[in-house]
Design a protein around this ligand. Sequence first.
Ligand code: SF4
Ligand code: SF4
Length: 383
Amino acid sequence: MKAKLVDIELMERLAELTSAAADYCYQCGTCTGSCPFNLLNPSTLNPRKIVRSAQLGLMYEDPSLWYCSTCGLCEAKCPWSIKIPDVVRGYRQIASEKRKTPSKFEEILWMIYEDGTAFPGSSTERAAWTEGLNIKDASKQKVQVLLYAGCAVSFDKRLQKIARSLSSVLSIAGVDFGILGREERCCGDVVYNIGEDAFLEELTTENIKRFNKSGAEAIITISPHSAHMFKKIYPKYGLQIPAFHYIEFLNELIENGKLKMDKPVDGEVTIHDPCYLGRYLKIYEEPRKILSTIPGLKIVEMNDVKENAVCCGSGGGRHFLEIHGERLSHYRVMQAAETGASIVVAPCPFCIQNFEDSVKTKRLSLNVKDVVELVNQSLGGVV
Ligand code: SF4
Ligand code: SF4
């Protein structure tokens, strides 16, 4: 049998791509034991092995590399806080360089390249969700705040209601805001997570030009994935406009007395912490603060909240792949139902899509809402 030789070049390349994230791993296996995908579907995804391969300079080409949702729970549980999702992305970057990405991702990349969207839809239809709302076109006039809707929200009927609710709330608060409409393009979250860096640079550079042209002093997003991109990744490509997830922005409007929710929303609500809002951006308290100001609403917490929240299963590009096995969103909505709450909130479009499917599949009497939908309801806003 031929022994495998350590590939020093690969080892150095991985260390460069991942800031040597794997170096301190002592193979305790906590990551594999805490990976929710692996727990629900045993022996499918093994982050310990991925990190070990990086330490040894071995290529990792198992298809499970693409199952990882980059949720970061393993990193939160690791005694050394090793950035395991960065190691996963490092391997994906190398796979992209070798043109070894799954064919579904090739298709998504082409869609973004051709029409600026990761979801089926045409750029000419990108502002269809605004019908009847009279929202400023930030590609033609200056606005103070640029509302970035994102691909999923722009083309999905259920998710469009979130954008309409947020627009209603911003109008009630008197915010001068607008959207890029048909000029808006994918934020590149999936491009980043596939590891297609050359295209990511092109996409971010073009987006930054559009953002700058709007004259906006702040960007707000509906998706935590876009917020993560604009806050943490785009500055490396030159973005200087501050970006916020809408939860942060609403929380400030409420604290400054610009929004007063006075219509009761009766019921018990439980809060899901989306991975990219929570573990990536550390926004845990704001959704709870906002919901606690809505009269009639009582918050009940489910198991595994904040840093320990279980992923809905969609991040890291997984949303676009057909992966068989028990769905993480099924597990999460069952946790939500166990609280006895009538509403589960999730301030992330991916989580909302997954939870809507899962409550139907599991036949649960749970309403799935985004935080802003409840805020708008309490303000008596239109949708
Ligand atoms: S939990 Fe951390 S130290 Fe333990 S095997 Fe995983 S990466 Fe290594
Ligand atoms: S990031 Fe999440 S899905 Fe990926 S290996 Fe870690 S726990 Fe599992």
